[in-house]
Write a protein that binds this ligand. Structure first.
Ligand code: CP
Length: 332
């Protein structure tokens, strides 16, 4: 594997094989598998899980890693093409990324959405521009529209918990004080569709995921025996649900317009998940969220601390699935 940037680049069978490798590495550690290998981790945005789990994954496989946080101990990096660099950034990614790549065997990049121009974010303009600067194996640590490592960990979590392949997976919008990127909802949607689930995107008016994201998921579902639809009706969507996957995201119909987004979401404080959301769900319905989550804004304490919450298992699963990705990518 040369690049792990989008789960949609892989057939279902290839994902299943990665998950099998993750389970094998959990049971049979290979502490020398990546001896002498180096992973560079470039974070243009903050992280807890991705940063720590990738460093831990390399260490558990006998390799090494180094982290660059531009502007905090290393030069501020400019990503925009053609700008006059008279601001805070002292270095452009066009020089910075090839330099970093020359020190490592694989590179991971986190570059969130700009959140201004939907077409540009849908085209992964920033991430793709950086990806084009190196031929080294590359891992997407979360881009404008994707978070494949989170999606792979979530798939493993569903398998660990024996959630039925054809079970009902409800991806629900939740309230947040600010518009957040589409990366996790788009990745979770695609993951559940490719797994073959009955997927419902539950969201208020104005927050529909972009048609291109929905269409791509529908095509994945069609290949895997699943389905994808949308709803704004909570009770109907959650009726018999096996999974409620919660995520906050921006108002796509007013993308980049912070004031309009704020006006739309001001009436939606009720989209904070509480235990009564599960009244009509399957008895074993699981509550998922990629983290970080704002308690009592997106999910109430009573739900997040309940037995149905599997958020810590999702976080823990980042380690074995990323070990599997690194193993496939770097084991010679
Ligand atoms: N879920 C996730 O990617 O967490 P971090 O942002 O902390 O890495």
């Amino acid at each position: 594997m040369k690049r792990f940037v989008d789960l949609a680049d892989f057939e279902r069978e290839e994902v299943l094989s990665l998950l099998e490798l993750a389970r094998r590495l959990e049971k049979q550690p290979e502490p020398r598998a990546l001896a002498g290998r180096i992973l560079a981790l470039l974070f243009l945005n903050p992280s807890l899980r991705t940063l720590a789990s990738f460093q831990a994954a390399m260490a558990r496989l006998g390799g090494n890693s180094f982290v660059i946080n531009p502007g905090r101990g290393s030069w501020q990096l400019e990503t925009r093409p053609g700008v006059v660099m008279d601001g805070a950034a002292a270095e452009h990614v066009r020089e910075g990324i090839p330099a970093l790549a020359s020190y490592c065997d694989a590179l991971g990049i986190r570059a969130f959405a700009e959140g201004k121009d939907l077409a540009s974010d849908l085209a992964e303009t920033t991430f793709n521009a950086m990806a084009s600067l190196t031929e080294k194996p590359l891992i997407n640590l979360e881009s404008a529209l994707n978070h494949p490592c989170q999606a792979l960990a979530d798939w493993k979590t569903l398998d660990d918990l024996a959630v039925p392949r054809a079970g009902r997976f409800v991806l629900s919008w939740a309230w947040h004080p600010r518009p957040l990127p589409l990366a996790v909802p788009a990745a979770a949607l695609h993951m559940a569709a490719l797994r073959g689930m009955e997927v419902i995107v539950l969201r208020p008016e104005g927050f529909a995921l972009p048609p291109v994201v929905m269409e791509r998921a529908r095509q994945a579902a069609a290949r895997s025996g699943g389905s994808v639809r949308e709803s704004a009706e909570r009770e109907e969507a959650l009726d018999g649900a096996d999974v409620l996957y919660v995520k906050e995201w921006a108002a796509t119909e007013r993308y980049g317009d912070a004031e309009a987004d704020a006006r739309l979401r001001s009436a939606l404080r009720g989209w904070c998940v509480r235990n009564d959301w599960f009244t009509r769900a399957a008895p074993e319905c699981r509550l998922m969220h990629c983290l970080p989550v704002r308690r009592n804004s997106a999910i109430a304490d009573e739900a997040l601390d309940s037995a149905r919450s599997v958020v810590q298992r999702e976080a823990a699963n980042r380690l074995p699935v990323q070990m599997a990705v690194l193993h496939q990518m770097l084991r010679s």
